[in-house]
Design a protein around this ligand. Structure first.
Ligand SMILES: Nc1ncnc2c1ncn2[C@@H]1O[C@H](COP(=O)(O)OP(=O)(O)OP(=O)(O)O)[C@@H](O)[C@H]1O
Length: 249
């Protein structure tokens, strides 16, 4: 579903996600039968809470915060791969996510099969996939590993393949987590040029990064997450300044 003209492409209202620490620890019988009605089990914490914002089509947003403050969790909510425990997020259009190093790819399938599968899942038909296939593989520099199971690729090559596919989809929203940091410098620069092209086409971008230069290069607006709360939603320069003030190096 695409957004009506002038309407936001993403609206998040009162988002909250609760996780459980020590997931592997022993749970009591009482816990098992308590069900979801018990509001807070021991060890549970809110990774995100009361997060509300809206995004217009074509905006580029940098997500800032220390490690473990909920940045990836927020991207997962926008991607729809994680459901909130509170609130909701509405996205008017498809999302191309590059969130985890595996890119959501299937480890046992070959690079070729993963490219076909992911492109197909994002709505490209066979003809369209065939048309884009070579340029995806070429972008990734993955000719030699076409028939290699994805799980046997190096970390850098996994990211190359995932970015090459994700950036060739027609989805209006692009989510890029820090995974790009894994690529080498030449590839990173290639990705950045591609991101610039996608922004020029009017795509909406969420970028999680600890690199101020990258944030300022791509994003006009920033979201600053701290302890699972949205501390500041504003121009990227203000967001970075506030983050640096709160957490001097
Ligand atoms: N599936 C999960 N189960 C339990 N806790 C989780 C799960 N996923 C994330 N967490 C916890 O939720 C918090 C937020 O994690 P998140 O990955 O969103 O942080 P982040 O800001 O992206 O961190 P980083 O900068 O290190 O990537 C962290 O405390 C993390 O350990």
């Amino acid at each position: 579903m695409s957004a009506p003209a002038g309407a936001p492409i993403i609206v998040a209202s009162g988002l909250g996600v609760r996780f459980r620490r020590n997931r592997g620890s022993r749970r009591s019988f009482k816990d098992l039968f308590a069900g979801r009605s018990r509001r807070s089990l021991p060890g549970e914490f809110w990774a995100l809470r009361n997060i509300s914002f809206s995004v217009d089509p074509g905006e580029a947003i940098g997500v800032v915060g220390r490690n473990g403050q909920g940045k990836s969790t927020l991207l997962k909510l926008v991607a729809g791969v994680l459901l909130p425990d509170e609130g909701e997020v509405a996205v008017h259009g498809g999302v191309a996510p590059l969130i985890e190093i595996t890119g959501g790819f299937v480890g046992d399938l070959t690079v070729r099969d993963n490219v076909n599968l992911t492109a197909g899942l994002h709505g490209l038909d066979k003809k369209e996939i065939a048309r884009r296939f070579d340029s995806i593989i070429d972008f990734a520099g993955a000719d030699d590993v076409l028939d290699t199971p994805y799980k046997h690729l190096s970390s850098g090559m996994k990211v190359r393949v995932a970015f090459a596919v994700i950036s060739q989809l027609d989805e209006p929203v692009l989510l890029v987590d820090e995974v790009l940091a894994v690529g080498d410098k030449a590839f990173r620069n290639k990705c950045y040029r591609r991101i610039e092209e996608l922004l020029a086409e009017g795509k909406t971008l969420f970028l999680v990064s600890h690199n101020e230069r990258d944030l300022k290069r791509f994003c006009a607006r920033g979201l600053y997450l701290d302890r699972g709360e949205l501390k500041l939603d504003g121009p990227i320069d203000d967001v970075i300044a506030r983050y640096n003030e709160d957490h001097p190096a």
